[in-house]
Design a protein around this ligand. Structure first.
Ligand SMILES: Nc1ncnc2c1ncn2[C@@H]1O[C@H](COP(=O)(O)OP(=O)(O)OP(=O)(O)O)[C@@H](O)[C@H]1O
Ligand SMILES: [Mg+2]
Length: 360
């Protein structure tokens, strides 16, 4: 349905993103996440053909929307756009907002457009409010009308840019539930959002934008349960992650243990977990950094769970010659002590980085 290939956008001589590639197939909803300024809206505006990329292609139903001889109106008819700030026509009432494009752009007879508008208003819980003007509606109601207006064009794909971010929590929830219902019916599209809950509810897959491209893309389940790369984890776990670089030549185990324990103390823990902090530092970090084998600095991340006792510590090491959980880094005694206190412990290699993951 939507196919993005090698998309690049330069603004003011600087590259905002490059090498952007993804597919959204029928029935899929792609959530695009990323820090403010990473280019999410600009990417979405390229898909809507409101912005021309510097290079690359976007295909909607197999047609390259940047082809010179393409009929832009026909392409736009396939897409419904829902904006952060609703963009309703303030001088038109709810019904006229919805039927305007079907009647003028698609040439649908007015009677039919009105009949259909009512069906879509019903779907977003706004039936009976056709005569109201936009400024008589709450933010959540405006956004629901905006969604009905997008649906009224019967688009093949829906594009949402932060549809709930200008709303207070209660209104955000009502809009989120409308969008979730649509997703359950299998709409196809792309949603840019800051709300992880919205992405969790409606996306089938997630793309995270950082470092001027799609930094990590995965199915929704994999993205939220096992994000692979560092910036993705930082983004997802921001509020409940402690991270620190541990310098080999300035190793201060005492301070590190105290910092980790202080952070952990904000969450529910048991005695074994609290002891584990010290043990990890003594039986794992110290031997790897200070033992016989040459090693570099380490990066430590403690990710705490708000809802359970399942906390995780990840150590990353660069330039090790092999598995850090094996000799010459650790011996059997180190490992058996760690295994006694940790729930689960494993190592994995990613590019030139070895990670030790300890589930507390
Ligand atoms: N027309 C433009 N000319 C120059 N720079 C622009 C233009 N439009 C956007 N930018 C810049 O491009 C960057 C990305 O903007 P964009 O709105 O796509 O980011 P975003 O990921 O949607 O951010 P947010 O989460 O805050 O909505 C920003 O730094 C912005 O200032
Ligand atoms: Mg934006």
């Amino acid at each position: 349905m939507i196919k993005v290939r090698n998309l690049r956008l330069d603004l003011d001589g600087k590259t905002l993103f490059d090498n952007v590639n993804f597919d959204v197939n029928k029935g899929e909803m792609l959530a695009i996440l990323g820090e403010s300024g990473s280019g999410k809206s600009s990417l979405l505006r390229c898909i809507g053909r409101f912005k021309l990329p510097t290079s690359g292609e976007i295909y909607i139903d197999g047609e390259n929307i940047f082809d010179d001889d393409i009929n832009i109106d026909k392409v736009r008819e396939k897409m419904g756009f829902v904006y952060q700030n609703f963009n309703l026509f303030s001088h038109l009432n709810v019904l006229n907002n919805i039927i305007l494009a079907p009647v003028t752009v698609k040439g649908i007879p007015k009677e039919q457009a009105i009949r259909e508008a009512k069906i879509f208003l019903d779907r977003v819980g706004m039936l009976g409010q056709e005569e109201k003007m936009p400024d008589e509606l709450s933010g959540g109601q405006k956004q629901r009308v905006a969604i009905a207006r997008a649906l009224a064009m019967r688009p093949n794909v829906l594009l949402f840019d932060e549809p709930t971010s200008s709303l207070d929590p209660a209104m955000s929830e009502e809009v989120e539930s409308v969008i979730t219902d649509l997703a359950d019916e299998g709409i196809t599209g792309v949603i840019v959002t800051h709300e992880l809950s919205l992405a969790k509810n409606i996306a089938t897959k997630v793309a995270f934008m950082a470092e001027g491209s799609i930094y990590e893309e995965a199915s929704k389940k994999d993205f939220f349960t096992k994000p692979k790369k560092m910036l993705t984890r930082r983004f997802l776990y921001r509020s409940r992650m402690f991270e620190k670089e541990v310098l080999k030549d300035a190793l201060d185990i005492y301070t590190l243990v105290r910092e980790l324990k202080t952070f952990l103390a904000k969450y529910e823990t048991n005695k074994k977990q609290r002891r584990l902090i010290r043990i990890i530092c003594d039986e794992l970090l110290y031997p790897i950094l200070k033992g016989n084998a040459p090693s570099t600095n380490a990066y430590v991340r403690l990710i705490c769970s708000e809802t359970s006792l399942d906390h995780t510590i990840i150590f990353s090491f660069k330039e090790l010659t092999g598995d850090p959980l094996k000799p010459p880094y650790l011996d059997d005694l180190n490992i058996s002590i760690l295994e006694h206190y940790a729930r689960y412990l494993f190592s994995q290699q990613r590019d030139d980085i070895w990670e030790v993951v300890i589930q507390m």
